[in-house]
Design a protein around this ligand. Structure first.
Ligand SMILES: [Zn+2]
Length: 176
């Protein structure tokens, strides 16, 4: 972290991180670190407290549990057989909040990436993480005013698994 924090702020920040060091998040952070990508954690005042904030890339990342955030059409999002309505409402509320937060962040100029836990399962992990880094590099180019074109940068549409909103990472606006 390059941010200058007072010892007190740092301590609070570290404490906050400790309780949030869930495994999927660690996977993403380790990978970003290995790629030399610097991030901030949870210390932000941004809406929804994004899991990872990448200022240089104007991007925030949420790592969402498939159940709690209601990952549509995902095998890990199955409503319990008992109290079904209770859970349905609860998760619907979470979803609505996620959407509100996403809109707020986008209107503040952030790109928003959502990584679902199921996208970090061992069989798909590498592809997911590569795509995250790819999206970041495109976001950075875009921020720097570099026009990205589909021919040069974009992978096949089929390869896109990450919900990346708030910017057009695949240079679509230039292809049309
Ligand atoms: Zn899922």
């Amino acid at each position: 972290m390059v941010d200058k924090l007072s010892p007190e702020q740092r301590r609070k920040c570290m404490q906050a991180n400790k309780s949030n060091d869930t495994k999927p998040e660690l996977i993403v952070r380790k990978y970003l670190f290995s790629q030399g990508i610097h991030y901030r954690l949870h210390c932000s005042n941004l809406p929804g407290k994004p899991d990872i904030v990448l200022k240089k890339y104007s991007t925030v990342i949420f790592i969402n549990g498939c159940f709690w955030h209601g990952h549509e059409a995902c095998p890990y999002y199955r409503l319990p057989k008992t109290n079904t309505l209770f859970w349905k409402n609860k998760i619907e509320t979470n979803r609505e909040r996620d959407e509100r937060v996403r809109q707020q962040l986008i209107s503040l100029g952030w790109g928003v990436m959502v990584i679902w836990e199921c996208q970090l399962k061992p069989s798909v992990r590498e592809a997911t993480l590569k795509e995250v880094v790819y999206n970041l590099s495109v976001a950075y180019l875009k921020k720097c005013g570099v026009r990205t074109t589909g021919e040069i940068y974009a992978p096949k549409e089929d390869d896109i698994a990450i919900a990346a909103e708030g910017y057009a990472p695949y240079g679509k606006e230039h292809n049309e």
